[in-house]
Design a protein. Structure first.
Length: 498
């Protein structure tokens, strides 16, 4: 009964197309073992060599490892880090392989872990699809013999045991894989497509460069389509290269591109939608510039040591180049920074020129300019003033009517609206206090007592402006205003003495 069952099973396997040893031996590509135990992109060539030998001893027909590595180098598989269906089918065609075997090492007996495990995955080379997978893992603790009887395994023994088990299983099961019929998948691979420029203005020229790879013949016609029509890409100098050029549409917006491939009879092979795009910008964005760490007085931003220049675009847009200029009142350019790339959100200017020399105090025009990715220009200008020291303060006495006053004002007319913290002390020549005042605005008149009858007073003043500069005068003489009454008393006293 058992023999009849086995004969029936063998007959069914033959009828269903399973390989039971009658067909030719399958050729297998063993790729280098990927080691993810320590690095996401690691490779373990030692385990690869051991597994290669075990699979060969188990009866599998393996492609020479030198040919496999040459193929990987020529097709930059390690660089891309991806084995896709196209690469699998190409290996089948160029290396004469039926199966591509991928091996991933998940545990590699790291210190303190004592574990080892790996996964094998088989891809058939007709369509590049996964058709089989197996995994196995173990640890030194798991392999301890019952009651501790027997010689315990060490790390290398554990690895070899797992590799032997998987190699035997692979050799037993791979020949039973049914070769899949082609699923109608096209034989083309889009290697690269470049649209230059990606951002431009309406009506400007757009260039497309396409690189294809084919397992068979190249398509006879490649058509690039967008909402503006169709462009036939012409073959380039090298195999698989196609080029084309057209005028960008006039209206602003994003234009998606698709590719259609046709054979010699004009039949469509396949179409790839939204394969690339270009964007039309006809107007520059608005450039908004805000000055920080300075003091805004009317339309001028005053700063002492540093000025923070914050810039942004509305709406947001890629910037290809930017420029910052500082221009003196006579038109001479003191600073000119011109850089490629995105405009930084924040720039710091310390009041120096391009030679890192501090500029003199005074007013300047700050100009910020950008060129967006399409070449449109936008700019914004601000007036700034460097003020590295407090402006001198003038203190004097004035007479208004029959009253005497101490008058305080800034000697710089453009800064009279600048708020100041000041403190004034006035003394008689003998040191007696006459007045003591403080305030935040200038100019100001402070009334003196009527009974003062001296030729001069002594004053001290401390001033601090809003950006931190200070000014001080100590024990300075303040001449009293000359009045007719005081002059008459002097003449009378001289006449009497004479």
């Amino acid at each position: 009964m058992q023999k009849i069952f086995l004969l029936l099973l063998a007959t069914l396997l033959l009828l269903s197309g399973f390989n039971v040893g009658v067909s030719r031996a399958q050729s297998v590509v063993l790729l280098p073992v990927a080691d993810t135990s320590n690095d996401y992109n690691g490779v373990d060539l030692d385990i690869t060599a051991v597994l290669y030998g075990l699979l060969a001893d188990a009866g599998l027909q393996l492609v020479e490892d030198t040919a496999v590595r040459s193929f990987m180098a020529a097709n930059r598989l390690r660089y891309s880090g991806v084995i896709d269906s196209f690469a699998t089918r190409k290996m089948g065609r160029e290396l004469g392989a039926d199966i591509v075997l991928l091996t991933t090492l998940c545990e590699n007996g790291a210190p303190g872990k004592k574990r080892f495990g790996l996964v094998l995955t088989a891809l058939e080379t007709v369509n590049g699809e996964v058709v089989w997978s197996a995994q196995d893992s173990s640890s030194l603790l798991q392999e301890t013999a019952l009651f501790g009887v027997g010689e315990p395994l060490d790390g290398p023994d554990l690895k070899l045991r797992i590799l032997q088990l998987l190699a035997e299983r692979t050799a037993d099961e791979l020949p039973l894989i049914v070769p899949l019929l082609p699923s109608g998948a096209h034989q083309l691979k889009l290697v690269d497509i470049q649209i230059e420029p990606e951002f431009l203005r309406g009506g400007e020229s757009v260039k497309c460069q396409l690189e294809l790879e084919s397992l068979g013949e190249m398509p006879k016609r490649v058509v690039l389509k967008n909402c503006g029509g169709e462009v036939d890409l012409v073959p380039g100098k090298s195999m698989g290269e196609f080029n084309g050029r057209w005028r960008a549409l006039a209206d602003e917006g994003e234009y998606k591109l698709s590719l259609t491939f046709m054979n010699e009879s004009g039949d469509q092979i396949t179409t790839i939608s939204d394969v690339a795009k270009y964007t039309v910008f006809n107007r520059a964005p608005q450039l908004l510039v805000e000055l920080k760490q300075g003091l805004a007085v009317n339309d001028v931003t005053i700063f002492r040591e540093r000025l923070l220049i914050s810039s942004r675009l509305q709406p947001k847009r890629l910037v290809s180049r930017w420029q910052v200029k500082v221009i003196r009142s006579d038109g001479r350019v003191m600073v000119d920074d011109n850089m490629d790339g995105e405009l930084p959100c924040d720039l710091v200017w310390t009041g120096c020129n391009n030679k890192r020399q501090r500029l003199p105090d005074g007013e300047y025009d700050l100009l910020v300019k950008i060129w967006d990715a399409a070449g449109n220009q936008a700019e914004a200008s601000r007036k700034v003033s460097i003020l590295s020291e407090c402006q001198p303060i003038e203190v004097k006495t004035v007479r208004k009517g029959k009253k005497n006053f101490v008058h305080i004002e800034s000697q710089e007319s453009s800064l009279k609206s600048l708020e100041l913290d000041w403190r004034l002390q006035v003394l008689l020549p003998d040191g007696e206090l006459v007045m003591e005042h403080s305030g935040t605005t200038l100019p100001v008149d402070l009334e003196l007592p009527d009974e003062i009858d001296v030729d001069f007073l002594v004053f001290s003043i401390d001033v601090r402006d809003q950006i931190g500069n200070t000014f001080s005068v100590a024990d300075s003489r303040l001449q009293m205003p000359d009045t007719g009454l005081h002059l008459a008393q002097q003449k009378k006293q001289w006449s009497d003495d004479f």
